[in-house]
Write a protein that binds this ligand. Sequence first.
Ligand code: NAD
Length: 372
Amino acid sequence: MNIYEKRIKWVSDYMAEINLPGELSEYFKARNILVTGGAGAIGSNLIIALSKLVGPRGKVVILDNLSSIKKRDPWNVTPLDNILFVEGDVRSDIDLKRVFKENISLIYHLAAFFANQNSVDYPENSAEVDITGLIKLLEYSRLSRVERFVYASSGCAIYGSYPKLPLSEDFISMHLTTPYQINKMTGEMYCNFYAHHYDMNIVNCRFFNSYGPGEVPGQYRNVIPNFLYWAMKGQSLPITGTGEETRDFTYVLDLVQGLIKSGYFPDAVGENFNLASGKEVSILNLANMVNDAAGSSRPINFRPRRKWDTKPRLLASIEKAKKLIDYQPLVDFEEGFMKNIEWFRDNWERIEELADFPPGMSSALNIEEEQR
Ligand SMILES: NC(=O)c1ccc[n+]([C@@H]2O[C@H](COP(=O)([O-])OP(=O)(O)OC[C@H]3O[C@@H](n4cnc5c(N)ncnc54)[C@H](O)[C@@H]3O)[C@@H](O)[C@H]2O)c1
């Protein structure tokens, strides 16, 4: 089985297990759907699921400028007959006109300047992509009378530093600590404005710490792919903090489930809700799991917490998503973690080539240089 066949199988098996209602499958059939950021970690899984749902008479159009991916290599995009990959930018009128010619009825807006540390290093670029890009997309969506617009917001951008746990949607905080968080919060506010002023059908989905097949390690990427990468290279794992910090790690296909349902269920419209696992895993526990799996006995390297990282724990309530869209995360952490490792091992050569840790990088961690 080649790498694409395996990813298709994983998505197909998952979809068979969640047993989507017949009306939902009918609703998606033969649609043309735009996924911005469709070559990214989450998008590259979503496009496979959507390709199955829209079938041969529909189309999944990706708009992605490949900026997250070293060498601008679109290897994450599974080649399927009904997927149209357009390399382009959400800020470009030329690119937007190109994709909106495709008679789009549903949009998943996942493209973003990812993520916290990147936005600290490049605050202007991050605002241009995350805010100006979003406004442009909303304008084109309104003029094209798109039926529904699903926005990828972020749990870490809404609830601030020390909120009550589990994080529930009736609380927000203005105490945000990175431009990325500010942009995502602003993004929800723009979505709410377009929903209110133009009666657009918009859904704000707040993701929590995605992991799973499709995410290549890099200086600005998430902790799980980076830990796996360092451990598999025989390097010690850095923890910025005590290791007792927790995150609500969500398997990427559970997020895909939430996105599909957000694109369909009427009660999602005009709402914001968390898409998470509803469980916490500590960073130290994660580091130990990674070292065990990689057979590494290197000691953990504890460092000071990064200034913007003010969240000792993240745990989301998923009650609202359960109620509104029948969201039911299926994959527990151990199972998802094993799938993530399998994907890493299957694709190790490619991952090593594309892992993005440039020398002299400005982000807090430069493991490779230190250990040389
Ligand atoms: N991964 C997470 O844990 C997480 C958590 C909360 C929210 N989110 C949000 O979910 C979305 C997807 O996250 P991901 O992990 O797949 O990120 P990702 O970086 O892997 O994917 C984003 C994609 O957007 C593309 N992109 C960036 N700028 C663009 C531009 N100007 N025009 C067109 N394409 C552009 C990138 O090339 C990339 O392929 C993002 O909006 C992110 O902020 C992710």
